[in-house]
Ligand binder design. Structure first.
Ligand SMILES: Cc1cc2nc3c(=O)[nH]c(=O)nc-3n(C[C@H](O)[C@H](O)[C@H](O)COP(=O)(O)OP(=O)(O)OC[C@H]3O[C@@H](n4cnc5c(N)ncnc54)[C@H](O)[C@@H]3O)c2cc1C
Length: 454
């Protein structure tokens, strides 16, 4: 057995996983002078963050943005000296469409995920029936009703606003974030703010209208001028990387990768929970079982580039969402050049198609040719687009989106309690307390902080 590193007298850390969570941790450890090795099984860093380009078009095949309401991503970007590279979405052109009975209908202004915050746009919108709108009116009369318990997003939404709101607002909007099934997702984990509102006001409609509007300090969605990989590239400069899969972790800690062992005082596992489960099994089998309980969904993005002069389809604002009730295979489509500045020159139109998610993992096994054919047929049905793309790229993201199913908060509490009994072991990443990039940055940096201060 060979040892990759020597003395154990100084603090040494190993990080498993080079996604944004692992990289954020590595950045802080490097700046604190702690000898750190990051293992990443793929040949590149970033995890699901990947920017590609073609003929002056820039497209993210994983996440394309982060929300500015959660400060952690922006804070890290500022520390990296990249603030001037941050761009906001083109909010003056911001319209998202929902497909209903074959027609694209604009999402009414002021909808906060599932709750209308403005009455008139919702009243005028053809997206929901009068029966649902009347129900939304009666929802304003609800009063707080006992201690909230965790339940599915579907139960919660139907209880407040009825089935149609679930089908044509909550499901497509959440599907775009989690690729998940609202009948399984936990409302306490996925929509905690609304659970708090329900506890305080009873009515979500009243709560949203009473809530202070955040100061209008720029767009909600931010990105990087040259794509999200800019952040990964900047972080990578601080990291010692080995492109190997970590195969086992033994007490002590001893970490095996590529058949060699490395010793470390601290190990941060910033890999998906299913991967962490296998690694911790020998340290605490119950912890392994709990981690294994965290479900994941798989997705695929197909980016299609068209010549503007040949594009004969409807132009649909930032893009559209296809509710599960209306879905064949395509779940969503973004007009990349409309959503963000500097992403597509005037003579190109870039569409990013999102497929897969809970219920259609099978799409990942389709050939590239078949994915393109399926997507083009659907774009023809929905947008009337018959033009052929001049460029296409497919990215598959198997088991990449953690699913916060009912009971998730309790599950994570147990996981954290068990990890606390294994000094030197830390977990980070999208499996636990937030799926978005700011949350992943936060968990990575929190793990590093424990090591630095410990
Ligand atoms: C298509 C898509 C679109 C998204 N859009 C957005 C968005 O617009 N905004 C947003 O905020 N969030 C978005 N998300 C979610 C967000 O991007 C992710 O939750 C986040 O980037 C995950 O980061 P992570 O570091 O936890 O995990 P990952 O990025 O999954 O990284 C984990 C890494 O661990 C590696 N690994 C696993 N096991 C091992 C092992 N045993 N040894 C070595 N390496 C290992 C993997 O190869 C991987 O690189 C999106 C996600 C996807 C898939």
């Amino acid at each position: 057995m060979s040892k990759l590193s020597g003395s154990s007298s100084s603090k040494k850390a190993v990080i498993v996983g080079g996604g944004i969570a692992g990289l954020s941790a590595a950045y802080d450890l490097a700046r604190a002078g702690i000898e750190t090795t990051l293992f990443e099984k793929r040949p590149r860093l970033g995890g699901v963050i990947e920017t590609q380009s073609w003929e002056n078009c820039v497209f993210d095949s994983g996440p394309d943005s982060f929300i500015s309401q959660k400060p952690e991503a922006l804070a890290l970007i500022k520390e990296l000296g990249l603030e001037s590279e941050v761009i906001g979405s083109n909010d003056h052109q911001r319209t998202t469409y929902i497909l209903k009975k074959g027609r694209l209908i604009a999402l009414p202004d002021g909808v906060m995920m599932i709750v209308p915050s403005k009455i008139m746009p919702m009243v005028k919108s053809p997206l929901l029936s009068w029966a649902t709108k009347t129900r939304m009116g009666f929802e304003l009369l609800r009063r707080p009703n006992g201690t909230p318990r965790d339940r599915s997003v579907a139960d919660f939404v139907v209880d407040h606003f009825g089935q149609e709101t679930l089908d044509y607002l909550a499901e497509p909007l959440l599907s775009g974030v989690y690729g998940g099934d609202p009948a399984k997702l936990s409302v306490a984990s996925v929509l905690p703010r609304f659970v708090d509102m329900e506890a305080k006001y009873g009515s979500l409609g009243r709560a949203v209208m009473a809530a202070k509007r955040p100061p209008s300090g720029g767009s909600l969605f931010r990105s990087m001028r040259c794509g999200m990989s800019t952040v990964v590239d900047a972080l990578a400069k601080f990291v010692t990387v080995r492109n190997q899969e970590v195969e086992a972790i033994e007490p002590g800690y001893r970490v095996r990768a590529g058949g060699d062992w490395m010793e470390a005082d601290h190990v941060i596992i910033a890999a998906p929970a299913w991967s962490a489960a296998a690694l911790v099994h020998g340290l605490d089998s119950e912890l392994g079982k709990k981690l294994q309980e965290i479900d994941y969904s798989s997705s695929l993005t197909l980016t299609l580039v068209y010549r503007s002069s040949e594009f004969d389809g409807k132009r649909a604002g930032f893009g559209f969402l296809v509710p599960a009730r209306e879905r064949q295979r395509l779940a969503a489509c973004t007009f990349v050049g409309t959503k963000f500045p500097n992403r597509a020159p005037d003579d190109k139109i870039v569409l990013r198609c999102f497929l897969g998610g809970a219920g259609d993992e099978a799409i990942l096994s389709e050939s590239d040719e078949s994915v393109v054919t399926i997507s083009r047929q659907e774009l023809q049905r929905i947008l009337g687009l018959t033009a052929a793309p001049v460029h296409q790229t497919i990215s598959r993201w198997p088991r990449s989106m953690a699913q916060y199913t009912v009971g998730h908060i309790g599950r994570v509490r147990e996981i954290r309690e068990r990890v606390a009994k294994l000094p030197g072991l830390h977990l980070a990443g999208n499996a636990y307390e937030g799926i978005g990039i700011p949350d992943c940055v936060r968990t990575g940096r929190a793990a590093a902080k424990k090591i630095i201060e410990g």
